[in-house]
Design a protein around this ligand. Structure first.
Ligand SMILES: [Zn+2]
Length: 290
C-alpha cells in the first residue's frame, strides 16, 4: 500500500546518515549509573505520558495539572528509538529490573531505513515493542510524516492511519507520539536552505494542535499545506515535545549532555516540577552493563 524509497536515492542518503555527527562523544557513565543516581534523589518519581490528562496550556500545548505532580520530583525518561530496537530493549530491561518506568518512541519509516524498518523488520519490531510494553514501559510513535511525504511521496494521512492501525492491531496501547528530526527532509533541503532547519518543516507542524502557523510547504516537486489533521482524530492524547516541562536534558547528536547533566537537573527540581530526559538508545550501545 505504501511505496517506499526510490533505490537511486538510497546510497546517497545512506552515506550521509552513516557519517558520524560532529561533536559525538561517549556517555561519561554507564546508563545504570544515571538510573542509580536518579533513584537516590529524594522524591523522584518516574512517569509515563499516558497516565496524565492534559489541559491546553500557553507555553506548552499539553499541560499536566499541578495537582497530578505535587509531592514529587517528576522525571520523564523519553527514548527516541531511531536506529533499531536492540539497545532500546536492553535499556528497557535494565530499567524494569530497577523498577523504573520509561517512554519509548519507535521510528518506522526513516528515509534510509524505510524498507528495512517496516517491511522485513516489521514483525520483529512489533514483537520487541510489545516486549518493552509488557515490562511496564510506555510505547509510542516516533514519526517522520513530512520526510516520508517529501522524499517518497507517502501521503501523511495514509501514513499516520496505517501506522497507528498497525501499532494498535499488534497490541500497542498507543496514546502519544513524538516528532523525529527528519534526515530525509534535511537531505532534500540541503543546498536550498543553508541556514538552520526551517521551523515550518519540523514534523510536529503536521498536527492542528501543535502547529504554530499555517504553511504551504514546497519541496522535491511536492506541496503540503500544514497543519493537516489533528492528533485527536487518531485517538492520540499528546505530542511529547509539547508536553509541559520545567527542566530538560538530552543526548541529541551524541552530545553528553545538551542543556545540562540530568543528575544536576533532577537535583534542581522543585516539588511538583518536571524533568524530561531524552536519550537515543543507539548512543548507549556498549554503555549498558549486563
Ligand atoms: Zn528521531
Amino acid at each position: 500500500m505504501i511505496e517506499y524509497l526510490a533505490k537511486k536515492n538510497y546510497k546517497r542518503l545512506a552515506s550521509l546518515i552513516h557519517k558520524s555527527p560532529k561533536g559525538i562523544s561517549i556517555p561519561p557513565q554507564p546508563y545504570q549509573w544515571y538510573l542509580e543516581q536518579l533513584q537516590s534523589i529524594e522524591n523522584v518519581r518516574f512517569c509515563n505520558y499516558a497516565h496524565y490528562e492534559y489541559l491546553k496550556g500557553n507555553k506548552y500545548r499539553f499541560q499536566i495539572k499541578s495537582e497530578d505532580l505535587l509531592g514529587f520530583r517528576n522525571v520523564f525518561i523519553r527514548h527516541d528509538v531511531d536506529h533499531g530496537p536492540k539497545s532500546a530493549l536492553k535499556m528497557a530491561k535494565i530499567e524494569a529490573e530497577m523498577d523504573i518506568t520509561a517512554n519509548y518512541y519507535f521510528l518506522t519509516t526513516d528515509s534510509v531505513y524505510a524498507t528495512r524498518y517496516w517491511k522485513s523488520k516489521r514483525d520483529s519490531f512489533l514483537k520487541q515493542m510489545l516486549e518493552i510494553q509488557e515490562m511496564g514501559h510506555e510505547v509510542g510513535l516516533h514519526y517522520d510524516f513530512m520526510g516520508d511525504y517529501f522524499s517518497k511521496g507517502i501521503p501523511p494521512y495514509e501514513n499516520v492511519k496505517h501506522l497507528v492501525h498497525e501499532f494498535r492491531e499488534a497490541g500497542i496501547k498507543l496514546s502519544g507520539c513524538v516528532s523525529h528530526g527528519s534526515s530525509a527532509t534535511r537531505w532534500l533541503l540541503k543546498g536550498k536552505q543553508k541556514a538552520n532547519f526551517p521551523k515550518e518543516f519540523i514534523n510536529y507542524n503536521i498536527w492542528n494542535e501543535t502547529s504554530k502557523f499555517a504553511s504551504k510547504l514546497k519541496l522535491n516537486k511536492k506541496t503540503l499545506n500544514t497543519p493537516v489533521f489533528s492528533l485527536e482524530s487518531f485517538g492520540l492524547k499528546y505530542e511529547a515535545y509539547h508536553v509541559s516541562r520545567d527542566l530538560y536534558s538530552s543526548d541529541t547528536g551524541g552530545v553528553f549532555w545538551r542543556i545540562a547533566d540530568p543528575i544536576d537537573q533532577a537535583k534542581a527540581l522543585k516539588d511538583g516540577q518536571i524533568l524530561t530526559i531524552l536519550t537515543h538508545p543507539a548512543w548507549w550501545k556498549g554503555h549498558l552493563k549486563g
